[in-house]
Design a protein around this ligand. Structure first.
Ligand SMILES: C[S@@+](CC[C@H](N)C(=O)[O-])C[C@H]1O[C@@H](n2cnc3c(N)ncnc32)[C@H](O)[C@@H]1O
Length: 168
């Protein structure tokens, strides 16, 4: 949805989106684009619901034009994911809660190595890197949003509004 909303600003930039989960069932569900009433009420702006979703019985189905542009695959984030390359934005929401501190540290370190110098990491609202990761720092404008600490590009980004956090 963000990529679609930002399309006019991004111009001819090629965007690739990789969506992963450990669970085959979750990946299949994401690929199918079916969301429960509860899920679409967790902060989705009404105008996005109207623009991108169709009711389907008791559930909601997302516009297939959005899912068609996403590569879905299973992956275990406890294993090396460096082969996926560098990302401009990483959403890793509500996953770290599953792990002990050593594993959180390991995942966050490897996530930060997979982030472009001016990239962003989104964690869940109740998650933080504070005390467990030295590579990332909170962004000035949004909770649960992080940028690289020692990157010149990230320092620049931290001074300004995030261009894409305008969902309401
Ligand atoms: C609480 S859900 C969060 C889903 C979504 N990000 C959200 O915020 O609604 C956590 C997800 O992490 C996945 N997961 C658990 N362990 C994992 C691992 N080692 N590697 C990748 N995904 C994992 C689970 O299968 C589950 O779908």
């Amino acid at each position: 949805m963000l990529a679609d909303e930002l399309a006019p600003k991004l111009g001819s930039s090629r965007i690739s989106i990789l969506a992963t989960d450990l669970s085959k069932a979750m990946v299949a569900r994401a690929r199918a684009g079916i969301y429960s009433q509860f899920e679409i009420q967790r902060g989705l702006p009404t105008r996005f619901l109207q623009k991108y979703f169709q009711p389907d019985g008791l559930t909601w189905r997302i516009d297939s034009r959005l899912t068609e542009r996403i590569e879905f695959r299973t992956a275990n984030l406890l294993e090396d994911f460096g082969q996926f390359g560098l990302f401009d934005v990483i959403f890793c929401r509500n996953l770290l809660i599953y792990f002990d501190e050593a594993r959180k540290k390991d995942i966050l370190h490897r996530l930060s190595r997979s982030l472009a110098p001016d990239g962003y990491v989104f964690l869940g609202a109740a998650e933080t890197v504070i005390g467990i990761n030295q590579d990332l720092q909170p962004h000035a404008v949004a909770k649960a949003l992080y940028v690289l600490k020692d990157s010149e590009e990230a320092q620049q980004q931290n001074r300004y509004q995030v261009p894409f956090v305008a969902t309401r």
